[in-house]
Design a protein around this ligand. Structure first.
Ligand SMILES: [Zn+2]
Length: 77
C-alpha cells in the first residue's frame, strides 16, 4: 500500500513513490518558512533515527512533505 504525502509548502499532494522518484533542488523560501522547514527536518531526522522512514521531498518544490492520514474524515486535515 502506498502512503499519500502532502507538501508542507506548496499545494502538491501525491503518492510516496511519486515523490521518491523525483529529486529537485529546494526552492528558496522566506525566513519564516525556512524556520518551519527546519522544524520538519529535525522531526524527520529523529523519526529516521528511531527506525522510521523519512518521507521523500516534494517533487514540485523540493521541500518537506508529511504523510496524509486517510482515516475516516479526510476533510479534517
Ligand atoms: Zn512542494
Amino acid at each position: 500500500m502506498d502512503k499519500t504525502l502532502r507538501c508542507t509548502v506548496c499545494p502538491w499532494r501525491g503518492a510516496w513513490t511519486e515523490a521518491a522518484a523525483v529529486r529537485v533542488q529546494p526552492a528558496p523560501l522566506p525566513p519564516a518558512l525556512e524556520e518551519i522547514q527546519r522544524g520538519y527536518e529535525e522531526k524527520q531526522a529523529e523519526e529516521e533515527h528511531l527506525g522510521g522512514h523519512r518521507p521523500p521531498c516534494c517533487p514540485q518544490c523540493g521541500n518537506h512533505t508529511v504523510t496524509v492520514k486517510l482515516h475516516r474524515h479526510s476533510a479534517a486535515v
